[in-house]
Write a protein of this length. Sequence first.
Length: 226
Amino acid sequence: MKILVSWSTGKDSAWMLHTLRQQCPGAVGGLLTTINDAFDRVAMHGVRRTLLQAQADAAELPLYPVDLPWPCSNAEYELRMGHAVKQVAAQGFTHVAFGDLFLEDVRRYREERLAGTGLTPLFPLWKTKPTSELAREMVTGGLKAYLTCVDPRKLDRAFAGRAFDASLLHDLPPGTDPCGENGEFHSFVFAGPMFARPLDVRVGGVVDRDGFVFADVGVADAPGDR
């Protein structure tokens, strides 16, 4: 078994990596991430490529980036992901693990796209427990993250840039999924048991782009990366 982790830079994929390493020691062989090549940032999460690479280094795993144009049609996305899947299968990967929690249509899409590729999908966190309990487990387990993207139609923009911690979980309004599984927010993990060392980062400015609110995270004391 050689597992490629679908890596978003956020808490669910990070906690999934931690879980996989406990369940299948030594089996994880890399991180797969899509990059918006127009902005050189992780798609949806808005995280700089330099920070993505810093996460991979801290996880002590090679990074397998998939560059996507902006805007990107679904057909182009599937073409580029299909090419990436063929490449990693040829390198001996047997499984791809996803951090999905309960969205049936998302899981079904992944299973359909991987059918016949030689790669088996894995869902280590899938419906293992209520997301309120899972979120608390992440926080108490040492995971540290910032909210880098908020959908203002689902959550107040003031949450952008906040730490994902017990205080944030307490402040989330009723109806908000504690893990943001319904698209309320996305995050960037900078410390936790999945990393060999924490990343020294700071939250910079907050901007509106494409209907979302993004908090820019950069390396501490590095003005060019803020």
